[in-house]
Write a protein that binds this ligand. Structure first.
Ligand SMILES: CC(C)(COP(=O)(O)OP(=O)(O)OC[C@H]1O[C@@H](n2cnc3c(N)ncnc32)[C@H](O)[C@@H]1OP(=O)(O)O)[C@@H](O)C(=O)NCCC(=O)NCCS
Length: 435
């Protein structure tokens, strides 16, 4: 391969990735993402790239609310001799200066690399003393969020500014309360009904599996005796946010290049995601799905395991397709071809993306389709397959003969190597197709 071919190949894969991100961009437009940035990342070479990724999300219409933690603060600033544990008067100015300096660092980076992001730092949060202070023994946080000025934050977002919050708030009596940044981000995400809470950290999550729901996560946390306090807090924040309505929470190791965009704009993701919403679903196809359906069918068409479908065929018949989706990605599809006189529907062009096969997606797609057909009053579903132990048999289909096909299908039957399978929806008990 020449150098020029290589460049072209890279450019083409970039363009493919951009096209692949379209469904996500559609979904995320005007949605709020609360992003908590580990302060240590600001000192690293990764900082400009992180700012650029934030800028890209901002440019495509995501409403970002940014929170950063303050690595420089330490417990020595706190007067722990009595409760509430306050910043000692002696250190108050020093702490305020430290916070302003860190804020300034973030603002500078955003202004330098944020491609027009307009950060706005303000007095968005009031705080109060944290009764758990002595129990938690966190490094420096001595307060919790009391109130969030949601109106001010929403107005800031409407004006296309990006609220930037440092982890502190003043209390009713003028005390300065230092907050744990992730707890602040969690409160903001919950109160703003954010689509996502994203923790940009300098390490990976201790959980290796990619996706979790909160009950599994909480159970896992109960079993962990040696997990560090800060990691426990990160995971608990994610669980709490999900339980209180934030759709997805992510923990990303932002020292890995592209972590933020890979997690938010691709199906594979890169970090830990916690969610309680069923992000996998079977739904009817719409015209904007045609490129993905075409991509899905191309592989099996090439190796002749399904019949050729052109894009113009898909344009005419896209409403026949049912899709198995993960977020905005189409992982599986099938076509429903009706034979109304026989009250029969053929399940054709069944295909699952190569990387997702043998995980039960084909079976689930068929099960959902059978339920839909039964509801519509269809009497029989038919399918053809040349595969021995096939997915249709697993779903309860029985092998039948040519004579059992609807006459129109029989005329076009030109693949003697394929066996004929039929599922009777009249005989089907509820239990047969509910799993
Ligand atoms: C057939 C296909 C859709 C199954 O999807 P899947 O998500 O992997 O299916 P599931 O995980 O639910 O079930 C796996 C079963 O599919 C069966 N299967 C594998 N290839 C198959 C094929 N070409 N046709 C029918 N069934 C097949 C396997 O026997 C397996 O059964 P097992 O679990 O008892 O071993 C997928 O393999 C595919 O896209 N193949 C290429 C296209 C194709 O051949 N389509 C079938 C046209 S009839």
């Amino acid at each position: 391969m020449t150098r020029r071919d290589e460049v072209l190949k890279n450019q083409q894969s970039l363009v493919r990735a951009l096209r692949g991100s379209l469904p996500y961009l559609e979904e995320f437009h005007h949605q709020v993402f609360v992003v908590c940035v580990n302060g240590e990342l600001l000192q690293r070479d990764a900082a400009p790239k992180i700012m650029e990724e934030l800028a890209l999300l901002h440019r495509v219409g995501v409403q970002l609310v940014l929170v950063h933690d303050s690595q420089l603060l330490n417990q020595s600033s706190l007067d722990t001799s009595s409760f509430p544990v306050a910043v000692s008067l002696r250190d108050l100015t020093a702490v305020q200066q430290q916070i302003a300096a860190i804020n300034w660092k973030f603002l500078t980076k955003l202004c330098l690399y944020g491609h027009g992001i307009m950060p706005l730092s303000g007095h968005f949060v009031t705080a109060r003393a944290d009764e758990r202070f002595n129990i938690l023994e966190m490094d420096s946080a001595n307060g919790v969020v009391q109130e969030v000025d949601l109106v001010a934050i929403r107005e800031t977002l409407q004006l296309r500014y990006t609220p930037l919050l440092a982890p502190w708030g003043t209390g009713r009596q003028g005390h300065l309360w230092i907050l744990e940044a992730r707890e602040l981000a969690t409160e903001l995400a919950i109160r703003l009904r954010a689509k996502k809470l994203i923790l940009l950290e300098n390490i990976s999550s201790p959980l290796i599996e990619k996706d979790r729901n909160t009950s599994i996560l909480r159970q896992w946390l109960r079993q962990q005796t040696s997990i560090s306090k800060i990691n426990r807090l990160r995971l608990e924040c994610m669980a709490t946010a999900c339980e209180r309505g934030v759709t997805r929470c992510h923990w990303l190791d932002a020292t890995k290049e592209g972590a933020l965009l890979t997690e938010t704009l691709t199906s594979g993701g890169i970090g830990l995601m916690v969610t309680n919403t069923a992000y996998r679903q079977v739904r009817a196809a719409k015209p904007s799905d045609i490129p993905q359906v075409w991509g899905l069918l191309s592989g099996p068409i090439k190796d002749a395991s399904i019949v050729m479908r052109s894009t113009s065929y898909l344009e005419q018949h896209i409403e026949r397709y049912r899709l198995f989706c993960q977020d905005e990605d189409v992982l599986g599809c099938c076509e429903l071809i009706g034979y109304p006189e026989q009250q029969t529907v053929e399940i054709a062009a069944l295909s699952v993306a190569l990387a997702y096969r043998n995980q039960g997606i084909g079976r689930e797609l068929i099960s959902v389709v059978l339920r839909e057909l039964k509801k519509q009053g269809t009497k029989r579903a038919i399918a053809l397959s040349s595969h021995e132990d096939n997915v249709f048999i697993n779903c309860g289909f029985k092998e039948r003969s040519l004579a059992d096909l609807p006459p129109d299908k029989r005329c076009n039957y030109d693949s003697p190597q394929s066996k004929i399978y039929i599922y009777s929806l009249i005989e089907a008990g509820k239990d047969l197709i509910t799993d």
